[in-house]
Design a protein around this ligand. Sequence first.
Ligand SMILES: Cc1cc2nc3c(=O)[nH]c(=O)nc-3n(C[C@H](O)[C@H](O)[C@H](O)COP(=O)(O)OP(=O)(O)OC[C@H]3O[C@@H](n4cnc5c(N)ncnc54)[C@H](O)[C@@H]3O)c2cc1C
Length: 363
Amino acid sequence: MTELGEIVDVIVVGGGPIGLAAAINARMRGLTALVIEPRPGTIDKACGEGVMPGAVAELTALGVHPHGRTIAGISYQNGKRTAEHRFSGDTALGVRRTELHRALTERAAELGVRVEHGKVEAVEQRDGRQSDGDLVGAVSAQLVDGRTIEGRWMLGCDGLLSTVRELVGLATRPRRVRHKDSRRFGIRQHFEVAPWSDLVEVHWAPNAEVYITPVGDTEIGVAVLGRRGTSFEEALASVPALAERLRDAPSASSSRGAGPLLQNTRGQRAGRVLLVGDAAGYVDAITGEGLRLGLAEARAAIECIVGGEPERYEREWRRITRDFRMLTTGLVAAANSPLRRTIVPLAARLPWVYGRIVESLAR
Ligand SMILES: Cc1cc2nc3c(=O)[nH]c(=O)nc-3n(C[C@H](O)[C@H](O)[C@H](O)COP(=O)(O)OP(=O)(O)OC[C@H]3O[C@@H](n4cnc5c(N)ncnc54)[C@H](O)[C@@H]3O)c2cc1C
């Protein structure tokens, strides 16, 4: 028995969007679920906040309906050229992370998901077979405050810099990067201004990508992606039309950063521990797909557990992330090379190629 007095079916480490979605999935499939999250209350995070159509569909299927602003497509711009594609099917949503967290938390509570506040610092796995053949307490999480929580399965949903990934031996060192400073990071801030477009705008500045996402009737999010040391203010100033629009707009949040974005893994499963969301491996936010992929992974992980086929999860993860890994790796390589300045002109000249890429993000 645990100090908390029960053995849960699924321990979810990390109460971000993907951890909460995994716990909701578990409850909807009849499993008990307990989320361990160090931060109390509504959680904010650096994010572009574009919830792609596929992610909206995943949330709807979970009974989660956050308020947001409709996004009809994606526009690439460089000050001279613009490439625009509107989604052919369902639209996306611009949703503040705090609103997404609120909606997920409410649904999780409605389904009886328990949340314990704490930070996991150790994971132990053992053979928990009883004489009647039932598995009990086969994996446990030790919290920094000394508590132990036991479960049958654990999902590591603890984000980019996952502790669970390290603890179960699935972390790898990033491949040797020639210059350490080529690692990419993200920073975001909100501004009080009425959105001027129903598209996510991606401004390709000389040294950074600047994303504008409408998230409300009078609020937009600005996310900057670039190499270590990229300054939010400098990136914004390097897109004069944007700097002008936001010159007098009051800021609606403080700036927040995340990274390094590239996180390699050896795999996504170690025994009874499955990695889900950013913890499972991440390339870059350049294509804005993290939520869509993480939500699909959360569903797949629970399906594999319920179906008694946990070994299938890594295959599912590769299938779900295949296009993202290929496209994002290619786009980041181009963005870090002299080809960078050809990206927007090419997208404008080849609208059908650009359109197919945007549609693949939408799925
Ligand atoms: C700048 C930027 C822009 C982005 N733009 C977009 C976008 O437009 N659209 C999109 O879909 N995606 C976007 N992404 C990606 C998206 O933000 C992530 O994919 C998403 O947040 C992943 O959710 P998660 O729940 O896996 O991780 P997180 O949101 O990071 O949540 C992890 C949780 O785990 C908790 N935790 C950490 N360590 C422990 C521990 N030891 N014990 C217990 N809990 C722990 C943390 O407190 C946190 O709450 C962007 C990312 C960045 C950085």
